[in-house]
Design a protein around this ligand. Structure first.
Ligand SMILES: NC(=O)c1ccc[n+]([C@@H]2O[C@H](COP(=O)([O-])OP(=O)(O)OC[C@H]3O[C@@H](n4cnc5c(N)ncnc54)[C@H](OP(=O)(O)O)[C@@H]3O)[C@@H](O)[C@H]2O)c1
Length: 231
């Protein structure tokens, strides 16, 4: 049995990770901003007692440290930095950018993910095969950007990729792996109903990649099915 910590575990991709890890008998530390309002997650936790819910807003860096301290005795095998926001709005293209929204996007998608990984480093170090999975996006790829726009989101995921690549190199000597995922275009609140795949396809694919991981693959930017993504 492994222990998986997931941010943004109450809906979308994070909820699906909670479901499928719990279904295979793993312990899930399901973190979300408002556990009391997370009805889908609560129902899942009633069915699967290996799910424990914790309050965590990734914008609250002190809160992340506090949770890491509360869970000081817990080994984390897989940390899934999943919480994220899109940030961009059609009414704020280049020329009318909303800088507060941009900052919030960077703080959530980049600092939130990196801070969670940093705070839980001691917990990962106790694992035999520790992995940080950063849920990024192909929209963070500079090489793939053929359509422009989405400045807040694209820049946040590009920055997340840069940070996680460095963290992969920094942590390789201590045996902690990092995978950077494009989860696909997924049917969630963020992905919308026209997205190409459901959460099960995306998450089961990423779980298979995490399962097959070895340190020679650390720092790779890959799609949910293992296809390498351009930087
Ligand atoms: N869906 C796609 O097609 C797609 C494609 C590429 C990448 N991604 C990435 O996949 C990840 C999950 O996206 P999704 O599609 O599942 O989106 P989603 O359905 O909109 O869910 C986003 C999750 O992030 C949480 N979150 C947002 N801000 C947070 C904060 N400050 N602290 C803690 N949790 C926070 C949300 O919690 P609340 O309910 O409290 O808001 C929610 O649980 C994101 O990083 C996203 O960028 C998604």
């Amino acid at each position: 049995m492994k222990t998986i910590l997931i941010t943004g575990a109450n809906r979308g991709i994070g909820l699906a990770f909670s479901q499928f890890y719990a279904q295979q008998g793993d312990q899930v530390l399901a973190c979300c901003r408002h556990p009391e309002a997370a009805t889908d997650l609560q129902q899942l936790a009633e069915k699967h007692p290996t799910i424990q819910c914790y309050q965590l807003d990734v914008l609250d860096r002190q809160g992340i440290d506090d949770l890491a301290e509360d869970l000081a005795d817990v080994t984390v095998d897989i940390l899934i930095a999943n919480a994220g926001i899109y940030g961009d709005k059609p009414e704020h293209p280049f020329g009318k950018l909303d800088y507060e929204a941009w900052l919030r996007t960077l703080e959530t998608n980049v600092l939130g993910a990196v801070k969670t990984a940093e705070a839980f480093l001691p917990h990962l170090k106790h694992s035999k095969k520790p992995i940080i999975a950063a849920i990024s996006s192909l929209m963070g790829s500079i090489a793939d950007n053929g359509s422009g726009g989405s400045i807040c989101y694209r820049s946040s995921k590009a920055a997340l990729n840069a940070a996680m690549k460095s963290i992969a190199i920094d942590l390789k000597p201590v045996g902690i792996g990092v995978l950077i995922f494009h989860p696909g275009w997924v049917q969630t609140d963020m992905g919308g109903p026209n997205a190409l795949i459901d959460t099960a396809t995306s998450v089961k694919g990423m779980m298979a990649e995490i399962n097959q991981f070895d340190l020679s693959k650390t720092g790779q930017f890959i799609k949910y099915d293992g296809t390498p993504m351009p930087w």
